[in-house]
Write a protein that binds this ligand. Structure first.
Ligand code: NDP
Length: 284
């Protein structure tokens, strides 16, 4: 039976250490670290994410500035706000909650966030840095996955790592982080032939697909570390991952649950990036 990787516990440890450093910075430099969160429209899932991010800010001692804009906000109005936040000394990190309403161009909005305050690491400058391994900010979800793998004591170097999913926010940067740790990385996607065979080679398997229970126990190598990034809402209202937990936990060595695995880590990493932004600005 697999050991369960407790994302809530690992995330609590990360946030505790951020809180300590934040308190020290406040004492030594008299600076309160600030995160601006911009939400446009009334998407209920986005609202929940934004509230969770605000709570996390409070927990680590950051000030959060929320800008809740109406659905009909124009691109120009949003860019004017971003420009103001780019130039606001109290704001160390800027997060624009995605998805944006259809009439707004996410790419243009992200490109207008100062790379120094881009704590989601979505700006092309930061994406490029991830590629060459010279990063200021790590992309939050993949960075959280790396912390979870580390918490198992598993060495990545030389291991077969299979990432299912190639999105810009999870799959691709995830693969890069594993590669930088010298894993032998295979990236699978919707055109991959024989996904089961690819997955069965994995010592470390990361599923970031968005298809409930796609990966079954018989697709997993005995003793593998299985990280389930998927967050899928079923018709009965329950959350489930991309991995079929009941069959997978009988084979895997370590496995993350959904919820309570990767989700809490993503927010902890957002806090870590905001702390990094503040430290860089202070020259520490
Ligand atoms: P995307 O939809 O952007 O990407 C999904 C990827 O999965 C694509 O590369 C797609 O391939 C691939 N894929 C789809 N179907 C299959 C299949 N049958 N076999 C193999 N590959 C397949 O999703 P995201 O990366 O944004 O998110 C993935 C999941 O992670 C979602 O459930 C999302 O909710 C969750 N998530 C969780 C987070 C957290 O904090 N826990 C944060 C972000 C996301 P192709 O490119 O060929 O279309």
């Amino acid at each position: 039976m697999a050991k369960i990787i407790d994302g809530k516990a690992v995330s609590a440890q990360v946030k505790e250490s951020i809180a300590q450093e934040t308190a020290q910075i406040k004492e030594k430099y008299g600076v309160t670290i600030g995160l601006a969160v911009v939400i446009v429209g009334n998407n209920p899932a986005s609202r929940i994410y934004v509230n969770n991010k605000k709570k996390a800010c409070e927990a680590v001692g950051f000030e959060s500035f929320e800008y809740a804009l109406p659905e009909e906000t124009t691109q120009e109005e949003l860019l004017t706000l971003i420009d103001k936040l780019n130039n606001d000394d109290k704001v160390n990190g800027i997060l624009v909650q995605l998805p944006l309403p259809k009439h707004l161009d996410e790419k243009i909005v992200i490109n207008n966030i100062s790379p120094d305050k881009d704590v989601d690491a979505f700006h092309p400058v930061n994406v490029g840095k991830i590629m060459i391994g010279d990063y200021s900010f790590l992309p939050c979800t993949p960075a959280g996955v790396m912390e979870l793998i580390a918490s198992t004591g598993t060495e990545i170097s030389g291991k077969e790592c299979v990432v299912v999913g190639r999105s810009n926010i999870v799959g691709k940067p995830m693969s890069m982080l594993l590669l930088h740790k010298s894993g032998t990385v295979t990236i699978c996607h919707s055109r991959t032939k024989d996904l089961a065979e690819q997955c069965r080679r994995a010592d470390i398997l990361v599923a970031a697909v968005g298809v409930p229970n796609l990966i079954k126990g018989d697709m997993i190598k005995e003793g593998a570390v299985v990280i389930d990034v998927g967050m899928n809402r079923l018709d009965n209202g329950k959350l489930c991952g991309d991995v079929e937990f009941e069959t997978a936990e009988k084979v895997a060595g370590y496995i993350t649950p959904v919820p309570g695995g990767v989700g809490p880590m993503t927010i902890a990493m957002l806090m870590k990036n905001t702390l990094t932004a503040a430290k860089t600005k202070l020259g520490i």
